[in-house]
Design a protein around this ligand. Structure first.
Ligand code: BGO
Length: 275
């Protein structure tokens, strides 16, 4: 059995350090097809049974799965068309708000996700406490604490990543958007039924709600269907008095705010009283 695992994360989250820790000298470097963005692959050694193989594909550092940068397009095209067996999403534990933005999108793809909270050495040093059990429940996937730099948690991460890749259980996002947004997304999912793989329907529907032209083009939707979808979007925009893309972004940050409040604590240093 051969499993393919994608490594996704923000720039500077420690992705290169983790990739090296997981694959050692077992790396192949090339380019993504048609572009001059470097593509690295490597074998994760020691966590598969005899005769099995786990290949780790390093995606370019990205903040989102939107269509605005080459890196985002390369990453999302890979995730959608190659459908890796699992995604390791590395996040910087000292900057949860910014890093979880990508996580909320990766968990919508239907692909099994494991979140590796990196820089835990710094999180602890800063006197911060993260409840990873709660974080996992809130975002709807397994979470492992690591320090890629110090080599902590890497074995556990590798074992769990290979295990979810082998199990192949579809990831269920734990998050729902506001009622009228969910209503529009459900209509869009119905409209594209049968045109995309069922496990990826939600991701496509959210992108169509955002009027993502690359997704519209890739699905080859006719004018009539696009007009039908547009009606759903406009009616939601009216109700929420905002444009579709901002609605989704705003909802994601509200969700992230709630997650952080639920699972992150900063230890308050006791002040010496002078009186
Ligand atoms: C420099 N803990 C700590 N403390 N640092 C980490 C960890 C961790 O768990 N993981 C990674 N880093 P990349 P991307 C650096 O390079 O892997 C550090 O972009 C420096 N360099 O060592 O490159 C890592 O691939 C000079 O830090 O990330 C690196 O995702 C001074 O995070 C940085 C200080 O890691 C980014 C740090 C010349």
């Amino acid at each position: 059995m051969k499993v393919k695992i994608a490594l996704a994360g923000n720039p500077n989250s420690g992705k290169t350090t983790l990739f090296n820790a997981l694959t050692g000298s077992n790396q192949f470097v090339g380019n993504w097809p048609g572009v001059t963005v470097e593509k690295k692959e490597g074998k994760i050694k020691g966590y598969t049974a005899k005769g099995e193989e786990a290949v780790l594909v390093d995606l370019p550092g990205i903040y989102s799965l939107s269509p605005y940068t080459l890196e985002e397009v390369v990453s999302r095209n890979f995730l959608i068309s190659e459908k890796p067996d699992a995604i390791i999403n590395i996040i910087d534990g000292t900057n949860l708000e910014r890093n979880l933005y990508l996580t909320t999108q990766l968990t919508e793809l239907g692909i099994p996700v494991i979140v590796a909270v990196n820089m835990m050495d710094l999180v602890r040093k800063n006197g911060e406490v993260l409840d990873v059990e709660r974080l996992g429940k809130d975002i709807g996937c397994k979470v492992v604490e690591i320090s890629a730099l110090k080599g902590e948690g890497i074995n556990q991460l590798a074992q769990r990543a290979v295990s979810i890749a082998k199990a192949g259980k579809k990831n269920q996002p734990a998050h729902s958007f506001e009622g009228s947004v969910e209503h529009a997304i459900a209509h869009i999912e119905e409209a594209i039924y049968g045109r995309v793989e069922s496990s990826m329907e939600r991701w496509y529907a959210v992108k169509l709600f955002e009027r993502d032209e690359k997704v519209q083009e890739s699905l080859g939707l006719d004018k009539e269907l696009l007009a039908h979808i547009e009606e759903d979007i406009v009616s939601c925009e009216k109700e929420m008095d905002d444009d579709a893309e901002s609605i989704i972004t705003g909802e994601r940050y509200n969700y992230i705010g709630n997650i952080i409040e639920d699972c992150y604590k900063k230890r308050v240093k006791k002040q010496m009283s002078l009186s």
